[in-house]
Design a protein around this ligand. Structure first.
Ligand code: C5P
Length: 231
């Protein structure tokens, strides 16, 4: 896999005009563009179509979590917008993940989010997921793959354990990536691009480290150069 193709730039902006300037600039330097909740809530499916028109697969990160019937319909609608990947929460359970896979159809890969990379162990304990995050992540990863998910979203710190649990097939997508010296923000379970790829990540999601860089294209190329040396 070309190192650049492993980079997914998150279009975390409030409006398409703001996202568009960034997306046009970085698209030639990355392999994928991600439309998340902020942009989708403001602009809806036209933002997905506009991002896809830049010639990169679009990852629609809606993190669906509802009853199976509702998720199946939402996945069907999302698929019609031209997204190539769509997220659901694995904690919605196996029936919900199966429903998402049915709704999304053959052209859209369902990625299951295991445990948000912003959650640390004290917060996981309050939610009722006591114990090491890795245990919950691996349990949710297995459940989602058995239910038909084509990939998983997990933190760089758990990606090696997830790869060992699910084998080479599922696409492992990893946010919480911070080049050396970059601010963590609200992310808790982070690693550098090289560490994440070495641990088994297929695709790295970068939001603020690209969006807030003085030169986002140079920042993306630096990430590609960093991971080119791995494996
Ligand atoms: O700015 P930053 O690099 O932290 O952005 C990470 C992106 O990945 C955000 O768009 C966030 O919504 C997304 N994401 C995440 N953790 C997950 C799944 C997706 O941070 N488990």
């Amino acid at each position: 896999m070309d190192p650049q193709d492993r980079i997914c730039a998150a279009l975390d902006f409030a409006t398409w005009p703001e996202a568009s300037a960034f997306a046009r600039a970085v698209a030639p330097a990355v392999g994928m563009l991600k439309v998340g909740l902020e942009l989708f809530a403001a602009e809806g499916p036209p933002a997905v179509r506009a991002a896809a028109a830049l010639g990169r697969p679009v990852f629609l990160d809606l993190k669906l979590h509802d009853i199976p019937n509702t998720v199946e319909g939402a996945a069907r609608s999302a698929a019609a917008s031209g997204a190539a990947l769509l997220t659901v929460h694995a904690s919605g359970g196996p029936r919900m993940v199966e429903a998402a896979v049915r709704g999304a159809g053959a052209r859209v890969r369902i990625l299951a989010v295991t445990v948000l990379t912003s959650l640390d162990e004290p917060q996981l304990q309050r939610i009722g997921l006591a114990g090491p995050a890795e245990q919950a992540v691996v349990r949710l990863a297995r459940l989602a793959v058995e239910a038909g998910a084509g990939g998983l979203v997990c933190s760089p710190l758990e990606v090696a354990a997830v790869r060992a649990a699910v084998g080479p097939g599922p696409l492992l997508v990893v946010p919480g990536v911070r080049p050396a010296g970059a601010a963590r923000g609200d992310q808790q379970r982070v690693a550098t691009p090289a560490e994440a790829v070495r641990a088994g990540a297929d695709v790295l999601v970068l939001g603020r480290p690209l969006r807030d860089a003085a030169d986002p294209v140079a920042a993306a190329r630096a990430v590609a150069a960093e991971i080119a040396g791995v494996r």
